[in-house]
Design a protein around this ligand. Structure first.
Ligand code: HAM
Length: 425
């Protein structure tokens, strides 16, 4: 027997029963994002690998361990599947000179992302994100930080995710980050031996990550020695404005000095949203400000860009909202040809209905009335259109209302208008 294939590890099929849920979620996401003035952007699912290395940071786990590189033909060398959307959006922002066209570009995206992770519940190799990014010259307003966070929370509530917790923190400006990094090294220098092996490595590569280590002994160390991050007065002030803006619009949050992010590009505000019932992978979304990235990726050096964004994980949203499948949308009509020789007439009628945006189908194999009615029922059709000997002879169809069981005969030429009237009622 030929080998059967299975879906690759850490990926999954979205079957028709679930696709309705995805469709619903995506259309809600589009409506909500548009209501905040964000417009959709679609970038390729792979990019130059150096785009990710430069923006996410060579020391980040995503670049270090999880990039899925495209190998093969020479032409493909140097590409990787996108592990997230921000780097590509910034690449496109610069490449398409969006800064010359608008003072603030508000963009959102929905799509598949890829990370070579060890799969577990809520952690996949192919997963999907809904993300939003606001980028523009001099666009560093605390209201924008609050807007992005409010948008993320709004989306999650709209999707029915319960038990949401929003944590925020500030990593300060790039200068602050360099200073904090030194400060953390000094602070942990005497406690280094109490940190886990991973954190001892992190200590050298990216000491910030020690702050969000899940290991119990590291957490104790961190809680004991880091109460606040030493921010400059300007960064402290900015963070204060962000908090005031969030309070002003009634978005509840907790400040957590230990919240840092796994990607290098963040400056100032960072945030993470968790939901209950997800186990260890409980972040349904995260984001933050990344003011320096546009220039790091080749944006105009004379411009002081501001940028902030977030991404929500669709699979985790669906897990948290407890929805597994959606009720299939039934058809409007189902054509039943009683004999094989009536099928061509049935097929003609079927196409006419579809041209008129009536959702219709037929059984492509002829069976008994009972079995065809069974198929009509299974398709969730509102009306059965039956073609028997009499109907073919008189150029009519018998229309059966599947809800009431009532049946009537209609001339074929009146079928579309009559069906449309009935479907409106
Ligand atoms: P991230 O925290 O890496 O941030 O991912 C955002 C969200 O994507 C996570 O909170 C989670 O819900 C989902 N996610 C991430 N990895 C996986 C995975 N392996 N399996 C399932 N879901 C996953 C970013 O991606 C940034 N680009 C967010 C951002 C946008 N920052 C600024 N703008």
């Amino acid at each position: 027997m030929p080998k059967k294939f299975a879906v690759p590890r850490g990926t999954s099929d979205i079957l028709p029963d679930q696709a309705g849920l995805w469709e619903e979620l995506e259309s809600k996401a589009r409506l909500v994002c548009q209501s905040y003035g964000y417009r959709e952007i679609r970038t390729p699912i792979y990019e130059d690998i150096n785009l990710f290395k430069r923006s996410l940071g060579a020391a980040s786990d995503v670049v270090n361990k999880q990039l899925l590189e495209l190998a093969g033909s020479k032409e493909d060398e140097g590409y990787a599947l996108r592990p997230e959307g921000t780097a590509a959006v910034v690449r496109s922002y610069i490449e398409n000179s969006m800064d010359g066209k608008e003072s603030l570009s508000k963009l959102f995206y929905i799509g598949a992302m890829f990370r070579g992770e060890r799969p577990q519940k809520g952690r996949l190799r192919q997963f999907h994100q809904i993300g939003a990014e606001a980028i523009g010259p001099n666009s560093t307003s605390a209201f924008l930080d609050a807007e992005l966070i409010a948008l993320a929370m709004h989306l999650l509530k709209e999707f029915g995710v319960k038990g949401l917790r929003l944590k925020i923190n500030s990593l300060g400006s790039r200068e602050d980050k360099a200073h904090i990094s030194l400060w953390l090294r000094e602070t942990f220098a005497h406690h280094k031996d109490n940190l886990c092996e991973e954190c001892q490595n992190r200590f050298e590569r990216n000491v910030f990550r020690v702050l969000d280590c899940k290991n119990e002994s590291c957490r104790k160390e961190v809680a004991a020695v880091v109460k606040d991050l030493p921010l400059s007065p300007e960064s402290q002030d900015y963070f204060g404005q962000v908090q005031a803006s969030l309070k002003g619009i009634g978005v509840a949050f907790e400040v957590s000095a230990h919240l840092v992010r796994g990607l290098d590009y963040y400056t100032h505000t960072v945030f993470e949203i968790t939901a209950e019932g997800l186990g260890s992978q409980d972040a349904v979304g995260a984001g933050g400000r990344y003011n320096g990235l546009v220039q790091e990726l080749g944006g105009n050096e004379k411009i002081n860009y501001g940028a902030i964004g977030f991404a929500l994980g669709i699979e985790r949203i669906l897990l948290a909202s407890g929805k597994a499948a959606s009720k299939p949308k039934g058809l409007d009509a189902f054509v039943i040809a009683m004999k094989e020789e009536y099928q061509s007439r049935g097929f003609l009628i079927l196409q006419e209905l579809r041209r008129e945006a009536i959702r219709a189908d037929m059984s492509f194999t002829v069976g008994s009335m009972k079995s065809q009615m069974g198929r009509c029922d299974k398709a969730g059709a509102r009306f059965a259109l039956i073609l028997g000997e009499e109907e073919i002879k008189n150029n009519t169809v018998s229309l059966k209302d599947m809800r009431t069981g009532q049946q009537e005969t209609l001339a074929v030429e009146n079928l579309v208008s009559s069906l449309k009237d009935k479907l409106c009622n």
